[in-house]
Design a protein around this ligand. Structure first.
Ligand code: H2U
Ligand code: ZN
Length: 355
């Protein structure tokens, strides 16, 4: 690994079939770019102006119930609609289009406006996992739904409109672009090796240990060998399961455990409520068996070396190949060294990342 820790090189992402450029020493360059202003962190437990807090009005005539744990509702500004509006609008090679049906829901993780996953209890996160399972089963049961994307967009930096802890679910008629790449790559691997790609990958990573951030008896979190975002992680169950609904009770518990520990580590990295896009990737809900699919979660956080310096995927990254400024092994080491006690609960300050 010595050459890879010093010289610019490319790494291959076997889940998507794409490459990433790694420039180990680039973080040492002088920084004169944009510095983010930090959002005000102190929030009330209840905000009368929040459209996700219990009892508050939303767009239109909707009013939230006085919910006590989680709460799911149809997105009032859904990007997809379940009704069919006719036949394909465009055919041909140059002007190909397809109508797309779907459903969009919002999942409130907690009635508390001031919490995030990192500050919720284990049992409260188990409840979030249970709701994801219920939603995946419910939406996946619709004849026309082929894929259910569960995700959380957190922080103003990620364009999240509201700090109230919540995620979204978009269920679509077609297999979306990113899951489709993983579908293809995992299927090829499975046909060749008769095991899921992530079963082999996670056991190889656990053996090597250098990119593992944390683990429990059923799940592990790793900075993948091919990570493109600075502190990107991949969370996967050690047993190959196609979907979140196939997890047994211990594995659901293990997922809640690793989610809490990972989000606490992230907050502790720069002592800020860590922004990210996080989501589950799992088998299509087309009624077929997909033994090659191995459920997993991706965390894609944009921060690079402080609470105020983010990685921009622009220029070469946007036009050519994604590029990262320090190695995944460095990122894993930094994340691994952090406390699993949230900094607001009196953990000792963590080492600042980067040069
Ligand atoms: P994000 O902050 O992650 O974008 O999620 C907020 C979602 O909540 C967003 O998709 C929806 C928006 O459409 N929303 C409602 O459904 N009702 C409202 O009254 C406001 C926002
Ligand atoms: Zn994935």
């Amino acid at each position: 690994m010595t050459v890879l820790s010093e010289a610019p090189h490319r790494r291959f992402n076997p889940l998507t079939g794409e490459w990433v450029l790694v420039s180990p020493h680039r973080l040492r360059r002088p920084w004169q770019g944009r510095v983010e202003t930090l959002p005000d962190e102190a929030r009330p437990a209840y905000d009368p102006a929040c459209y996700l807090c219990p009892g508050n009005p939303r767009a239109g005539d909707a009013v939230n119930p006085h919910y006590e744990s989680t709460f799911v509702f149809d997105n009032d500004f859904a990007a997809l609609l379940p009704e069919s509006h006719g036949r394909c609008s465009r055919e041909g090679t140059l002007f190909l289009a397809r109508l797309e049906r779907g459903m969009c829901r919002v999942v409130c993780f907690s009635p508390r406006h001031d919490l995030t996953l990192a500050e919720m209890s284990h049992d409260e996160i188990v409840r979030v996992v249970d709701v994801w399972v219920e939603q995946w089963l419910d939406l996946g049961a619709y004849d026309f739904i082929r894929y259910v994307q569960i995700f959380e967009n957190k922080g103003a930096l990620m364009g999240c409109s509201n700090p109230h802890p919540h995620g979204q679910i978009w269920a679509t008629e077609s297999l979306p672009v990113e899951p489709e790449k993983e579908h293809r790559c995992q299927r090829e691997y499975f046909h060749r090796h008769h095991r899921t790609m992530l079963e082999d990958y996670m056991s190889a990573e656990l053996e090597r240990a250098e990119r593992i951030v944390c683990r429990n008896s059923t799940w592990a979190a790793v900075v993948p060998f091919w990570a493109k975002w600075p502190f990107e992680t991949l969370l996967a169950p050690l047993r190959p399961v196609q979907s979140i609904a196939a997890l047994d009770a211990a594995e659901r518990d293990g997922l809640a455990d690793i989610l809490r520990r990972m989000t606490v580590r992230y907050d502790n990295l720069f002592h800020v409520s860590f922004p990210y896009t996080m989501g589950l990737h799992q088998a299509p809900t087309d009624g077929l068996d997909h033994p090659h699919w191995h459920l997993h979660l991706h965390f894609y956080p944009p921060l690079l070396r402080s609470a105020s310096v983010q990685k921009f995927m622009v220029g070469f990254e946007m036009l050519a190949t994604p590029q990262r400024d320090f190695t995944p092994e460095d990122a894993a080491e930094q994340l691994r060294d952090l406390s699993e006690v949230h900094y607001r609960c009196g953990a000792t300050p963590a080492a600042e990342a980067g040069a």
